[in-house]
Structure formats: structure tokens, C-alpha cells
Design a protein around this ligand. Sequence first.
Ligand code: TTJ
Length: 645
Amino acid sequence: MQNNNHPNQQYDENQIQVLEGLEAVRKRPGMYIGSTGPRGLHHLVYEIVDNAIDEALAGYCDHIEVDILPGDVIRVADNGRGIPVGIQHQQGIPAVTVVFTILHAGGKFGGGGYKVSGGLHGVGASVVNALSEWLEVEVRDGSHIHRQRFERGKTVTSLEVIGTTGETGTTVTFKPDYQMFEDLHYDYETLHTRLREQAFLNAGVRITLTDRRETEPVQDSMCYEGGITSFVEYIHTRKGLETLHDEVIYITSGDDGESTAEVAMQYNDSYNEMILSFANNINTVEGGTHEAGFKAALTRVMNDYARRFGFLKEADKALSGEDVREGLTAVISVKLREAQFEGQTKAKLGNTEIRSLVDAMVTEKLTTFFEENPTVARAIIEKSLTASRAREAARKARELTRRKSALETASLPGKLADCSERDNVRTELYIVEGDSAGGSAKDGRDRRYQAILPLWGKMLNVEKARLDKVYTNEKLLPVITALGCGVGEELDPSKIRYNKVVIMADADVDGSHIRTLLLTFFFRYMRPLIELGHIYIAQPPLFKLTRGKQVRYAYSDAERDQCIAELNPDGTGKVEIQRYKGLGEMDPHQLWETTLDPERRVMLQVTMEDAVKADETFSILMGDKVQPRKEFIEQNAKYATNLDI
Ligand code: TTJ
């Protein structure tokens, strides 16, 4: 009789399980890494680096090296204890092999570090293995160097000793599989930004990124002893913002074994709030309980202090959340055992216990900080009081505009060419920069469900403007009234008059500015419309290619070349190439064919991530501090098209 625990049989069963598991990853890669585009490709690196960071957080590693090798091969090395090479009894194979071949095995072996779960994060090294043409792991255990190689998730060499060493650590080298990804190119800046963020979030861990694809290597080594405090300082320096008080306020709950929370915050002299929140080092773009707890506590502490020390008199209205967050930059980082991620993009923390943890921590420690630093407290409270007064003035200005527009025949903007359908299921609003493009769009559209709003007037500098200016601005007010769903605190997304709101601007610098302006405006004052997926960006073609009666439109240089090849396969005929410099060059029919017709147009749905990027770009482009703007433009000159969202 065969024993169920017979090692060979168990090994066979495991092999089957392994193959089925990793096969599932290759069948539906998107389910495991979100996409097979550039985001998914870069996600592979984060997935591996996360494992090394866990080892660092457990206190056994202080340096992580990430190398981009020729051929876009990635190598991640740490100086931790090394993944265990001993036989894991449950599986009957070495633990390191388990890590790379069994789905969801992760790199955790009981205790140490926090378990990351949910969303696309922490799917594990086996997913990276499954999606790599090949992957090699090397473990240094202080005496031997062990190595194992896999191809497309399958073990091709058993774990072998290949040498001796006095060092400890783990090195993972992999080449993403061209059968799985559309584009295998790694973008240095994308990795740099993300790894810098990880260095801020994990104080004291050194992360070195090196690009070795060209003969001359490019390198950034990042280590921040100050952690998230350094993060806040970095944001203010990079944006060139003047701070209201010298020191970043840092608050932490300490580690109770279950979870930790930390907040770093500092006020600047702008009018914007920037709260970045993280749960288990994952950027929670949609916020969640940690952010809610922080905001609730901040509002309470500020009001209590303002009342207690007479900044607010009995008859005065309380400071609102928006008042106390004006000009605030804050980084919130929580680490917990079983993070639950919710929301549209799984980027919202759901654990309810974290709300009270952060709320209690901020209430207690910020109150103490204010009591011990009355000068700082005073500067912050006075800024909030000013914000409160400005908001009150804004409300009055808004009422005035409302009354004014009620007197006009219709409350819709005069330049709006509305659609005939009133039900907002199918309706679309095209916001068009420039009168000539607006004219073509009006004539080319399907007027049953497509409305056109041409924008005019000077560009508004939102960075310097207060809400009252936004409400009365000639450029933005027509957008607010055309959408009909209110703005700011009074926004009611269910009242929106159009299902899709499409920003349509030229593919040049001015067009890029107007897109950034509108996205920033939506992000700051109508954020739920982005979250609900109402906002789009039109993609007009860049080229028209004609051969005889055949016409093609191309949206990029690459596509242009492809179209030329298709129109002219034998290279004998002549293809006429027209480059569209602006939407104004298209006649109504062309505009319909390329940009308006739902059957043929190319449109991008704006994500919160796009909006955050626009907001940052905007702050840097429009901010009144010249230095970082200059640097930013210089740094991004070669990425001019990346800037354009
Ligand atoms: C687990 O507990 C015993 C000692 O080793 C711990 C461990 O797993 N350490 C570890 C894993 N260090 N580094 C890793 C690791 C590093 C990379 C680059 C990739 C992966 C999958 C794991």
C-alpha cells in the first residue's frame, strides 16, 4: 500500500498543482498583474523588490540593488538572509523552489513582516516566474551559493550548489516573456520614481537603481533616514513651495505587533492639499480608512485648539475639513497584517480598525504637538481661518452668479451647442479649445446626443487662484454650468447632463496646457466625475494618408509608417501625407470620421492616476516658483510627449 506522504507521490501531485497554477497565470496574466502593457511589465519588478523590502523591514537587509541589464533583463539583489533552501515539508521541495513555483506562496515563512494581500499586490514571485521567458534565483547562505533556473514558470534545473561564499543574500534575474507582454521596454524614470517612493516609505533602506543597457551606466542610489518626513520635504522642494513652518510634523503610533501608522505633515503657502496615503507600501490613490481617520482627527484638533485659544469666537462657524487642509502636504503610511483593498482600482483601504487607530493617534499627538509648539499652531490656524473666510466669499460669489444666471433666459452658457436628447445615458459633451475647431465640431457632430462647448478666454492659473476665482472664471464657469451638477462641496454627480465629457484639444503645447488645466480642475473640484469614469480625452489623428481614393488616419509616427506600408505595399505608388497641426485644419466631415464617430474614434478614459499626474504637472508648470519649473521643463524636455496626458 502506498503511503500518501510518500515523497515521490507528493512531489508528483505538487508538480501537477504547480503547472496548473502557473498555467492559469499565463492564460490570464491581466488577472494577476493588472495588464500586459507597460504597467504590468513594470509591476513584475515591484513584485520582486517587495520581497526584498520585506526582508529589510524584518531587519535583515539594508541594501537592495535593481539593475536593468541589456535586453531589458531585470536583476534584483539584496543582502538579506537568503530565501531558505531547505526542503519545505509540506511540499517536499526546497522552500526557494516553492516561492517561485507555487501560486500565492509569497516570501513569508511565518512571522516577520506584514502580509500584503488583495488587489494586484503581493501576488508573489511565482507570478513573475510564470510570465518570464526565463528566471534565475541565486541564494547565498553564508557558506554556499545555490542556483535554480526556470523557463516560463517551469523548473529547468534543480536547485544546485554552484560555489562557496561568506555572504548572505538573494539575487533574482528575469527576462519578461515576449509572448506575454506587448512591449518589453523598461522606462528608467518609471522605475526610479517608484523605487524612490519605496525608499521614502522604508526609512534607512538603500535602494540602488542602475541602467546598464547602454555602455555608460546611469545610476541613482536612494536612502532616506528621515522616511516619510523626508518624503514631505522632497515634495515641497520639488514643487518649489514655501513652507509655513520649518519642521515637518511627524506622528507615529509605534508598532503594537498588529499594525503601525505614521503621518508626516507640513503646510505650505499654496492653496492646495496633497495627501498621499499608503497601506503596506501600496499607494492608496482612492484613499480609505487611514485617510478618513486622519482627516477627521485633523479637523477636530484644529477646531478644538482654535476654540480653546480664542482664534474662533463662540459665534464663529467651525473650520471645515477643506479649510484645515488648505496648503497641507501629508504622507500617511500604515502597515497592517491583512490589508483589505476596495474600490474601482483596488486602491482604497477598507480595514475599519485603521480609521480609529489613525484618528486616536492624530488626535492625541497633534494636540500635544500644538500645545508644545504654539507658534507653529498659530501659523497653521491662521491660514485655515483665511481659507474659511475665502470660502465664505466664494459661496457668496457663487450665489451671485446663480442669481445672475437665473435672470438670463437659460442658465446654459451661450456658446454651448447642446444636443437634443435630455436623458444623460447616451449624451456627450465635447469641450473644444479654439473657435475654428469648435465650428467644425458643431457641424460634424451627431446633434441628437453630442453637444459642443467651445472654450475661450485666457488661461487661468488655478495654482494661484482661490475657489472664488474658479467660480467666476470665464473659462471654467461655462464648463460648470454646462455640466449642471454643481462643483466643489456642492457637486452632485447624479445631476450630470452628459454621460461622457470629452476634452478635445490639439496635440501641441497649447493643447497640452488646456488638457492639464481641465484635468487639474476636474481633479480638484469635480473629482467624483473622474472616479465615476465620466471624463475622457479625445485622440484626434496626427496624419491623414491618401493614395488615390484610399484614405487612412494615423495616430502616431509608428502607425503612420505602418499605414504607408499598407497603402503602398510594393513601394511603387505615391502616398500623400498630411500632418494635422490642429483640429482647426479638419473639416466637419473629417472631424466626425476621426474624432467624433463612436464607431471609429479613439478616446482615452481618464483615470485618477492621470489626474494626479496632471495635477502635479500643473503645480510645477504654473507654480510661481521659477526654479523647479525650469528644472522640470529641462528634465522633461525629452519626454515632451509623456507630459501630454
Ligand atoms: C524568510 O525567513 C528565513 C530567512 O529568509 C527569509 C526570506 O525569505 N528572505 C528573503 C527573501 N530575502 N530576500 C528575499 C527575496 C529577494 C528577492 C530579490 C526576491 C524574492 C522572491 C525574495
